[in-house]
Design a protein around this ligand. Structure first.
Ligand code: FAD
Length: 454
């Protein structure tokens, strides 16, 4: 892990390759430990012995796993959460923490073409319910984590995108009652001080939180409720027997009546059915040094979450308790992850939107794995072996993972409340699934070229 103090921090212009590094200077590096984990203790204090038997083994300690475990422990079930790394080491403490209503992945029209009007409407409405559920969970469990309904501005990178977004916002209101408004280019400085966008849309009910705090608070609630959290304990394989499942670990087997796989973009190795359905897509985030508060307020006067309308999406926000800029996007280049070179395109994008930031230093840069699916939809259900799963959030998973974790736990409990509109959607694989991970950088690069020239 790279500590920021041990290295020279690059300026954004240097990171973007716009100015050369000073000849005599030490090599530049960013802190690869996610900003969100500052002040969070991720090493499990529970040096618990592996139990011989529990009601449910949850594999993965991100939002899906913890949310599922909380619902199960609150219902009186014994739960062991197995994490192959540190607790929360996956995407849940590495993300941009923009919370949509779970329905922003497809245009409404596309969803209707795919499923018909009735089902599309039901999926959209459930998307809205997902975010309401999270707000309620934070309130009832007292998970103090800077959750705000701050709204999201999405900037159009082409004039035609603005028109398409306006049509989509109308559909969103018509079919799911979602409120939104359009901001024409001449008024966009009320939202964001840039001329880069051709106006944009605002979804005022979208939200943000501090993912490190949210994750830490969930861990605390789970410990209080008696769940066992076992870090550095990978699930190596799962066999079923007449009574349930045997999960193999380096420390021995655990018997469980049910198993939930909550491994999303890190799903490999322990179950073939799931590995064949998840494509691992790297995504990165960089953070700037603290700027004067006045400067941040002037850049983003509406204090929202922000993103763009391009194929290779970027997104940004101010940190919740410090005047830093947090900027994310896909890796998109065939360079080693977690190196300054890998973060160069994020710095370039940031300078396109805020050209005056060239001399500002970047402090943190990290990469995480998004779990993509072959139909761009998230999935939950049971594998042919009977393993429950919830995963495949395709990069918009903060809302979905917390909600799906809860739903899959309700399914394990046999509750009719576990039903969702996603239940009858088949989880597809692809004959060339085994090369999909390696093909991702090629597609990313191609999309960047298309974004630049279309
Ligand atoms: C850089 C980045 C930015 C993002 N930004 C946003 C955003 O702004 N908004 C949004 O909605 N979504 C965003 N996402 C997506 C979102 O973070 C994820 O969808 C969500 O956190 C998934 O949670 P999860 O619990 O399912 O998976 P994860 O948090 O990835 O957890 C899976 C865990 O499973 C563990 N694991 C894997 N295999 C095993 C095994 N065999 N045994 C034990 N443990 C195992 C992993 O180590 C990992 O800790 C982003 C993702 C990334 C990477």
């Amino acid at each position: 892990m790279t500590k920021p103090s041990a290295h020279r921090q690059p300026t954004l212009a240097e990171l973007a390759g716009k100015t050369p590094s000073p000849a005599s200077a030490a090599p530049a590096a960013l802190c690869s430990d996610p900003y969100w984990r500052q002040g969070q203790s991720l090493t499990a204090a529970t040096h618990a012995q592996l139990p011989r038997k529990v009601d449910v083994v949850v594999i993965g300690s991100g939002f899906t796993g913890l949310s599922a475990a909380l619902t199960l422990t609150r219902a009186g079930r014994s739960v062991a959460i197995l994490e192959k790394d540190q607790l929360g080491a996956g995407a849940s403490t590495r993300n941009g923490s923009q919370l949509g209503s779970g329905n922003q992945k497809f245009r409404v029209k596309t969803l209707i073409e795919m499923f018909g009007e009735l089902k599309a409407k039901a999926l959209l409405s459930e998307g809205v319910a997902m975010l309401d559920y999270i707000e309620e969970l934070i309130r009832t469990e007292n998970l103090d984590c800077h959750f705000y309904r701050c709204g999201r501005f999405r900037g159009a990178v082409r004039p035609a995108h603005y028109d398409a977004m306006a049509r989509d916002m109308e559909d969103l209101h018509k079919f799911a009652g979602v409120e939104s408004f359009m901001v024409p280019k001449q008024e966009q400085h009320k939202e964001i001080r840039t001329d880069y966008f051709y106006g944009g849309s605002v979804l005022p009910d979208d939200a943000s939180l501090h993912p490190g705090l949210f994750h830490g608070r969930l861990v605390t609630r789970l410990r209080e409720a008696g769940a066992l959290l076992l870090d550095n304990t990978p699930a190596l394989g799962i066999e079923s027997d007449s009574k349930g499942f045997i999960v193999t670990t380096h420390a021995g087997p655990i018997w469980a009546a049910n198993v939930i796989a909550a491994t999303n973009g890190y799903t490999r190795g322990f179950d073939r059915y799931l590995s064949r359905r998840i494509v691992q897509v790297p995504s990165s985030v960089i953070v700037t040094e603290a700027l004067p508060q006045k400067q941040i307020d002037a850049m983003m006067p509406a204090k929202r979450m922000y993103g763009n309308s391009a194929r290779v999406f970027f997104y940004f926000r101010a940190a919740p308790s410090e005047p830093r800029l947090i900027w994310g996007g896909r890796a998109g280049r065939m360079v080693r992850a977690d190196t300054p070179a890998a973060f160069g395109h994020l710095a370039s994008d940031m300078l396109r939107v805020f050209p005056d930031l060239g001399e500002v230093k970047a402090t943190h840069g990290w990469t995480g794995q998004i779990g993509y699916t072959f139909d761009d939809l998230p999935h939950l259900g049971k594998t042919p072996k009977g393993i429950h799963f919830a995963m495949g959030y395709c990069g918009t998973g903060v809302t979905r993972s917390i909600y799906f974790g809860h739903k899959v736990a309700l399914k394990v409990l046999g509750s009719p409340k576990g039903r969702t509109e996603f239940d009858d959607i088949t989880f597809p694989t692809h004959p060339f699934h085994f090369v999909a991970d390696r093909a991702v950088p090629v597609f990313e690069s191609w999309y960047r070229v298309k974004d630049a020239y279309s």
